[in-house]
Design a protein around this ligand. Structure first.
Ligand code: UD1
Length: 326
């Protein structure tokens, strides 16, 4: 009963969590179909991790891995708002069917608790900032709907099947190992790659949209706290930093950090995009002991350093920590 399972554990956030759990001496079972995850992300902790290369849609395979676990962190998903609009079926299946399977397997297998990676996209456009958990959700994209359905399942499984669940709404997580190579990649990973390669990024819209960018290590600590806090089952918490920066401010800050001037290009706004995003973290602070440690600029500097070192490793032919900047 002391087994930890991380779905999506070979991904950017999942692998950071696996490293965090491994640093505590835990043995971790990862379920990941490697569709967006990468085993290189787990290289440093390979001897403490068992990887099950299964798809979350495949109940019969994932159920035995989940059964009897002490804690399950459900981070496996097909991310990206635009991807869910371009091609909604795979993200629906992974994010809704896959999530249902995880909760079902956890309830059947008497798991101690499931911590679910929900998304700030559930809020959609709200008139009031920061966004607080008591606001009515207004999902704008299939991705936002899918992630919200997962929250509803988390609460329903807590109520109806006596399964402990906690949902954390992630707010634009960034950090080392975020893969910048796809058009669906998180904006900061794309900005980092552009900066290092001295190229202009394309900003969709006027660049005045804002995000509560949250450094991955703060999210890892909060995930672990959410897995242990008392009296929180069935609840939903914002897992953000509490600040917000526009894309224009962010690109400017990155240029300042790097000491370069590279004007951004501008393209049409992206369908399904939320305008502003900022977390009210009062509940997470009070009930989970959330305490973000990294300012935005600290997180950007650490991430930039990592991408640069990764590129240098690649160029010198050594094995990289992750497949980025290809
Ligand atoms: C959304 C969720 C986030 C979730 C993520 C999963 C919100 C507020 N946030 O992130 O919680 O984890 O989905 O994928 O809904 N952009 C550019 N140029 C680029 C790429 C992106 O300007 O090359 C812009 C986008 O149009 C958007 C912003 O950057 O306005 C952030 O985009 P992205 O990093 O993809 O994340 P969200 O869609 O905000």
């Amino acid at each position: 009963m002391n087994r930890y399972v991380v779905t999506g554990g070979a991904g950017f956030i999942g692998s950071a969590l696996v490293r965090g759990l491994s640093a505590e001496g835990r043995r971790v079972h990862v379920i990941d179909n490697l569709s967006t995850g990468n085993l290189d992300n787990l290289e440093e902790v390979a001897d403490q991790v068992t990887v099950h290369e299964y798809d979350l849609r495949d109940y019969n395979r994932i159920a035995p891995v989940i059964a009897g676990a002490y804690r399950v962190f459900h981070l496996g998903a097909l991310p990206s708002v635009p991807k869910s609009i371009q091609d909604p079926v795979p993200s629906h299946e992974a994010n809704i069917d896959g999530t249902f399977n995880v909760f079902r397997a956890a309830a059947d297998g008497k798991v101690g608790r499931v911590v679910y990676a929900a998304s700030s996209s559930a809020y959609g456009d709200t008139e009031v900032l920061p966004k607080v958990e008591t606001m009515a959700p207004r999902p704008k994209s299939p991705y936002a709907v899918q992630k919200l359905v997962g929250e509803y399942y988390a609460s329903a499984f807590a109520t109806c099947f006596d399964l402990e669940t906690v949902s954390l709404r992630f707010f634009n997580v960034f950090g080392p190992r975020q893969d910048p190579t796809s058009v669906y990649s998180g904006v900061l990973s794309i900005f980092m790659k552009c900066l290092i390669e001295r190229r202009s990024p394309t900003i969709f819209g006027d660049g005045e949209q804002s995000r509560d960018f949250t450094y991955v290590e703060d999210v890892v600590v909060l995930l672990i706290k959410a897995s242990r806090a008392n009296g929180v089952s069935g609840k939903v918490f914002n897992a953000g930093n509490g600040n917000r920066y526009t894309l224009n401010q962010t690109w400017k800050l990155l240029q300042k950090i790097e000491g370069v001037e590279i004007p951004a290009l501008y393209g049409p706004p992206r369908p399904g995009d939320v305008r502003d995003s900022q977390a009210d973290v009062t509940a997470a602070v009070a009930e989970l002991g959330h305490q973000p440690r990294f300012t935005f600029e600290q997180g950007l500097r650490l991430t930039l350093e990592w991408y640069r070192a990764d590129l240098a490793r690649k160029q010198s032919g050594r094995k990289a920590g992750a497949s980025v900047l290809v």
